[in-house]
Design a protein around this ligand. Structure first.
Ligand code: SF4
Length: 69
């Protein structure tokens, strides 16, 4: 499963980093780093993080545009 974060939309609320720390990490106040290929066993956490993001900046799976376009 792939994940993409729209960093223009991301406001650095860090909800994702709390919910899926293996995939999303905050560097400093606003810089978010993430792993675009979600490791096995982390899918559920990433889906929860995507649902919890206050600005819907996290796109997962097909929304992340795997291969198309
Ligand atoms: S929860 Fe959303 S706004 Fe907050 S750091 Fe993660 S992607 Fe950015």
């Amino acid at each position: 499963m792939n994940v993409v974060v729209d960093l223009n939309r991301c406001q650095g609320y860090a909800q994702c980093a709390f919910l899926a720390p293996e995939v999303f990490t905050m560097h400093g106040e606003e810089a978010l780093l993430y792993r675009p290929v979600v490791p096995d066993g982390q899918q559920e956490r990433v889906l929860r993080a995507a649902a919890a993001c206050p600005v819907q900046a996290i796109l997962v799976g097909e929304e992340a545009g795997t291969g198309e376009r």
